[in-house]
Design a protein. Structure first.
Lengths: 418, 418
């Protein structure tokens, strides 16, 4: 993409009410636009990042037998009455609206009540289990306060997978498989080292649920972290009994703040019993299947990366989620400079490298500042100087120093970090 | 995908209130699930079709300089007050809801009011124009009646592009470019021969708008069609004056019904004036840019294809939008049969062909009926008989007769129809 064609530009100002670092950076860099607190539009660069995050999740969900579907935002009241989740006293963040004929409907905040009746159409026998449908879909949650930028939205993109298993043992096996997939996913996001499996409260059907918490001072959760064992305990279940069960020594734990980027949860029969879902278990019995739910906040992950991997100059995207892999900064409009920059843009694009080409007429300082703010992993400068020396001026976004390298060397850098 | 792993199955029954042929077929084949009138979830096969339709549109929009974004469902009231579209008396299909703090918000039915303030952040000069952002996003329209299956949803997927141009001339150029892209798109969908550019009412800023109407008795619009000239006139503007302007002879027109699968519209300054959007025209003047909007109903297109290209046996997907290109029906579980079917599945999948593999233990008649209902373009049967003859039994979904062909021949059939 040539920057002269891209309709967004970097901005100096952000809305006065925007206090979250992630949103401030994303707005300045032209990735998102704030509509209201907790409600953001995704502009071309932002949508690219969001899609890359979603595609990584999709890839790993498909690899463990997930089947992608797309449920609706509009929700039928009666289904939530069946599970006692319609009342605002029970679920305090509903958005509700009405059909033209007066029928009350809700906007989906989670989809257990939507999915279970669907699955009942298809899943009748133990042979049909386990089943693991998932979606990457917009959720609505009517948060009273929404001050964390795209990390806590009123409208946000989430991956929610649900499993249906014949019994507790099968459920446990799938649950572990998904836990491992999650570890892979956060590694691919570039958040692996800062993200920890965290024991949290399990509800009625399991001792614990597992959260994936990314360490950040901007996080809303307090955790007790054992770095060596690479696990943590959420404050909500932090007590002597739990520590002894998990064989953790209080003196070895650090109190830290975390952003809950994912969670996995055993639902038991909480959403299968109310709908009367029954499965032939192959032994002449009709049994109620066991559910699990598995969330990853797609837009929250994007916010988390913006929040914790950025520096004073701007965003720093990990290779796998960056909107473009490399930015070419062309300095000046000397014929040879334009020619070499155009050629490099074409050559790289032709071999499938995603290139942002800063072909604008702007001062070098402005171009460098924009390249840093945008957070593109690799930067190449082409100028009169580099054309004369037959080298490219290369800088990695995470490094301070640039180096002069050959085209062959550039190719190598782009490959090894793929 | 092995059908033994796919959680959906074909169904005999559809909900009693489902009267639209497209939705009946899609529900029977397990592509969609009805949540309420005009609100459908997309199951794995259905989501694949929806994504293929969206990807074709994306491809053609990008090819003409479109830049994809994703705006929000939740809409700020004040923006619609600015354009006099907040009142239910003006826009009769709003869904409205409230933030927890009592602030009224709407659910987006179209996004001119959302987009223009975004563009005002970035578009300041004639150098920034034309700009053509677009999105493929869920729209909400509170239809009083919604009886056309996925062809008229209360919640549905739409591509909406908007152009901003410096003046009427530039607008006209982009408008024509998009019109041509639309013709290509409907051709790629497999709807080219049945879809006609139709003159419709233009509103305050243009004599006409242009609809893309696909002929169908299930359509809601009445058109007067000139087959030879490959264009039509919507009943709403059908009069002698218009016919004479368009140089159409009444006696050469047929009265037909059409489904409006796309439309393109000159908006003039209807949405730029109220927000005070001004552009430096390079001659020292600040001018108000001219807008156009360009819609394609992604889910409506899927419904239209299901509605008009199906036959008495079920769905018939055109090659480009089919969820899978080929279905392998394995008959029986003879070792050689299983081996050959498994091998063909692997071979085709390895070269990137999307294969649905009916590896279920089911009667041949059931498998054939399902293959027809699902509407997969190519079908190959592998049985004891075909293994012995070293041929494959091949049938195209649009043909009645099967033929025995070699593997090489199959490869050729799959290539030529790609």
């Amino acid at each position: 993409m040539k920057m002269s064609n891209m309709f967004t530009k970097t901005r100096k100002q952000v809305p006065a009410d925007e206090t979250a670092k992630n949103a401030q950076l994303l707005i300045k860099a032209g990735y998102v636009h704030k509509e209201m607190a907790g409600v953001y539009s995704y502009l071309p660069l932002g949508l690219k990042v969001l899609n890359k995050i979603a595609d990584i999740v999709r890839d790993e969900m498909n690899a463990i037998g997930g089947q992608e579907i797309q449920m609706t935002a509009l929700q039928v009241k009666e289904r939530y009455e069946a599970t006692n989740r319609w009342s605002d006293d029970v679920v305090d963040n509903w958005f509700k609206t009405k059909l033209a004929n007066g029928t009350e409907v809700g906007l989906g905040f989670s989809h257990e009540e939507n999915l279970t009746p669907i699955m009942m159409e298809y899943i009748k026998s133990y042979k049909d289990l386990p089943a693991a449908p998932y979606q990457i879909q917009t959720k609505f949650r009517n948060e009273l306060r929404s001050k964390s930028g795209i990390m806590r939205g009123r409208e946000f993109l989430m991956k929610d997978m649900y499993t249906y298993s014949l019994n507790q043992e099968d459920h446990g096996l799938y649950y572990e498989k998904i836990k491992h997939a999650y570890v892979k996913i956060f590694k691919r996001f570039g958040l692996g080292e800062k993200t920890f499996v965290t024991f949290a409260s399990g509800g009625s059907f399991a001792k614990y649920s597992h959260e994936f918490q990314t360490l950040s001072e901007a996080g809303e959760d307090t955790l007790y972290l054992h770095r060596g064992k690479k696990l943590a305990v959420n404050k909500e279940v932090y007590n002597d009994k739990v520590l002894s069960e998990l064989e953790l020594d209080k003196s070895e734990l650090e109190e830290v703040k975390g952003i809950e980027v994912g969670n996995i949860f055993t639902l038991g029969t909480k959403f299968t019993t109310p709908f009367g879902m029954k499965i032939d278990n192959g032994q002449g019995e009709a049994v109620t299947p066991i559910m699990g739910c598995y969330g990853i906040g797609i837009s929250r992950v994007m916010g988390t990366i913006a929040e914790i991997l950025s520096d004073e100059k701007g965003l720093v995207w990990p290779e796998n989620v960056a909107p473009y892999k490399i930015i070419i900064c062309r300095l000046g409009d000397d014929t040879d400079v334009v020619k070499q920059a155009d050629e490099l843009y074409k050559t790289l694009t032709a071999v499938g490298v995603e290139v942002l080409y800063d072909d604008r007429y702007a001062r070098p300082g402005e171009k460098f500042a924009d390249a840093d703010l945008l957070g593109i992993p690799h930067r190449v400068v082409i100028s009169k100087k580099t054309v004369e020396s037959d080298k490219l001026e290369y800088k990695n976004r995470t490094k301070n120093e640039s180096e002069n390298i050959s085209k062959q060397e550039l190719q190598k850098r782009l490959e090894t970090t793929n």
